[in-house]
Every structure is written in structure tokens, then in C-alpha cells.
Design a binder for this molecule. Structure first.
Ligand SMILES: [Cu+2]
Length: 337
């Protein structure tokens, strides 16, 4: 008995659909989702994964089927049949991807907007603000940034959903990015920390600033990332939904030790968070004073230590002085030439 090919095609279609839907939900490619925002991003990712798997199975399936079904048989020396194109088929395989791409772009734009990524253009004349390179020898050429763009970035940051606009977050933290660390300041309590602690299920807003060069603040488990720009403030808002410790990573190549520019986000219960703030209050007042000193008032070692201590890098002071000793020798050597 021969099964009609229309039935076989339908069965293949059903299998393909079920396989794509299953894999789209079970790919296991993403880390745990630890924020309310992660759901939106994962929904988009899973949809794209479902479509991609469907297309992959369709194209590869057709390829393998054709390679077997239409292979050269023994003794067959003839040419293949000449086929001159097929207009309806070409329209179909142009239209389907066009609809898919359009659908995904609308969906992703919706997610981006719901995360607060885009806001209507801010009124006002376009001016140029100057962003200086924040070094001691700040004589490098200045970059002009259109002020509109700068306002846009600071008015509504990623994760800052339009519904939350203008509403005070439960926790607000100032983030200063420097080569090669993030320094977190809690304006309410004055705590300064190298790790970001937040209470679970509370809305958090980060006000991000860079002291030197471009950095990017990335929380993979929360599915959010924001540029950190010298001379302008950007924002990142989220609601952590899962107690735990998650990596904070700089996602912008910011210098030779960029790869080491990472710390931790610690999502705690409200009680644990309160206890942590209490334990930090006394400690932070001292380090705050040191951190606010101008760079030139400190030796290289002291400067690195202030970065390392809150960051808990376990930097060996002896190794540091060894390094600066080498550095001094190198300068001496350079001077002699
Ligand atoms: Cu960086």
C-alpha cells in the first residue's frame, strides 16, 4: 500500500511544527531569568528560536530528502530535467520571510518600548555638549554629542518601563564606572560598595556614570544592559524576582583590563538587605572620603587599593608595589633613551 504524498507532507508539517514549538521552549541556552524584565526578553528570544528551528528543519529536511530521493541511480548517464523557475514559488518564499521579519520587528520594538528603551523625541534645540576625556592630561580632542541624544538616554533608560516613569523606585543606586571597576553608592544611606546589593521584588533604579571612558553595565540574568557614558547619565531600571548572586559584567571594551571588570549583583530578602546596609554604614564613611580624593593626591598603589578594597579583588599589596617598581624602572629606562 502506498501512502499519498499529501498525507506524508501533512505529517511532516505537523512534526516540524511540534518540534519547533518544543525546542523553542526547551533550548536551555539562556541563564536563569532573575527579573520581571527577563520574561519579556525571553518571550521574544523563544519566539525567534521557534521560527528559526522550523525554518532550519524545513530547509535541511528538504535538502536531505532531495539528496536521497533524486540521487543518481546506477547506470544513469542522462542530464537532469531543465526547470526554468517558478514565479508563484518565488513569491511565496519571498513573502513568508518578509512577514516573519516584519512580525519580529514589531514584536521586538514592543518589548524594547515596554522596557523603556525608546521615548518620543525630546523637544528642544539640538546643541552640542562636550565630553572631556577625564584624565590628568585632559588635552585630548573633545567629542561632540548631540544633546538631544544625551537627553533621550537619561530620560528613559532600559528597563525603566513607561508606567514607572516619574514614580520613585524603591531603591536608587548611583553607579560610577571607572577603569576597571564599578563603584556603587547608595544615596539614602551613604553606603559605598563594590558589589551591588538589592532587595528582591523591589523596583531598583541605577543612575550610571563613567569617570573615564565608555563602559557598559550588563546583567545577563536580568537580560538588561546599558551604556555608561562619560559626561552624561544613563539609567537602568529593573525588578529582581529571584534571590541569588549574579554576575555584573562590563560589556564595552574599555581598556587592557576590561576582561577583569566584573563584580556581583546580590539579590537578597528585604531583611538580609537591611542587615547588609546596616553593616556597611560605618565602614563606608571612611572609604568614601578616600574615594573622593583627587587622583593626583594618591600614589598608584593607594589608588589601586581604593579600587580593589571595595571590589574585593584580593589584590596583593606586595605584588602591586612590585608592579609599580617595574613600572618605575621602565620609565627610567625610557627616559635614558
Ligand atoms: Cu569597562
Amino acid at each position: 500500500m502506498k501512502i499519498p504524498s499529501s498525507i506524508l507532507t501533512m505529517l511532516a508539517g505537523i512534526f516540524l511544527t511540534l518540534a519547533s514549538l518544543w525546542y523553542g521552549q526547551n533550548h536551555g541556552l539562556l541563564p536563569v531569568a532573575a527579573s520581571a524584565e527577563a520574561e519579556l526578553v525571553d518571550g521574544l528570544f523563544n519566539t525567534m528560536m521557534t521560527i528559526s528551528v522550523g525554518l532550519f528543519l524545513l530547509v535541511e529536511g528538504a535538502l536531505i530528502f532531495a539528496a536521497i530521493r533524486f540521487r543518481r541511480r546506477k547506470g544513469d548517464e542522462g542530464d537532469g530535467e531543465h526547470i526554468e523557475g517558478n514565479i508563484p514559488l518565488e513569491i511565496l518564499w519571498t513573502a513568508i520571510p518578509a512577514v516573519i521579519v516584519f512580525g519580529i520587528s514589531v514584536y521586538s520594538f514592543d518589548v524594547y518600548t515596554r522596557l523603556g528603551g525608546l521615548t518620543p523625541m525630546v523637544e528642544g534645540t539640538e546643541q552640542t555638549i562636550e565630553v572631556a576625556y577625564a584624565g590628568d592630561d585632559a588635552s585630548l580632542p573633545m567629542l561632540g554629542v548631540p544633546q538631544k541624544a544625551a537627553q533621550l538616554a537619561s530620560n528613559l533608560g532600559i528597563g525603566s518601563s513607561p508606567e514607572l516613569q516619574g514614580r520613585a523606585p524603591d531603591v536608587s543606586v548611583n553607579v560610577m564606572a571607572v577603569q576597571y571597576a564599578f563603584v556603587f553608592t547608595y544615596p539614602d544611606s551613604g553606603v559605598v560598595s563594590g558589589e551591588l546589593h538589592v532587595p528582591v521584588n523591589n523596583s531598583v533604579r541605577l543612575n550610571l556614570q563613567a569617570q573615564d571612558v565608555l563602559h557598559a553595565f550588563w546583567l545577563p540574568e536580568l537580560r538588561i544592559k546599558q551604556d555608561v557614558i562619560p559626561g552624561t547619565e544613563t539609567e537602568l531600571a529593573f525588578t529582581p524576582t529571584r534571590v541569588g548572586t549574579y554576575p555584573v559584567i562590563c560589556a564595552e571594551l574599555c581598556g587592557p583590563y576590561h576582561g577583569a571588570m566584573k563584580t556581583q549583583l546580590i539579590v537578597q530578602s528585604a531583611e538580609d538587605y537591611g542587615a547588609w546596609v546596616q553593616s556597611q554604614v560605618a565602614q563606608s564613611q571612611g572609604s568614601d572620603a578616600i574615594a573622593s580624593l583627587p587622583t593626583s593626591d594618591r600614589s598608584d598603589t593607594a589608588y589601586l587599593e581604593t579600587l580593589a578594597t571595595p571590589h574585593d579583588l584580593k589584590v596583593d599589596t606586595a605584588a602591586l608595589s612590585h608592579l609599580s617598581h617595574h613600572h618605575a624602572l621602565a620609565s627610567v629606562a625610557a627616559d635614558t633613551f
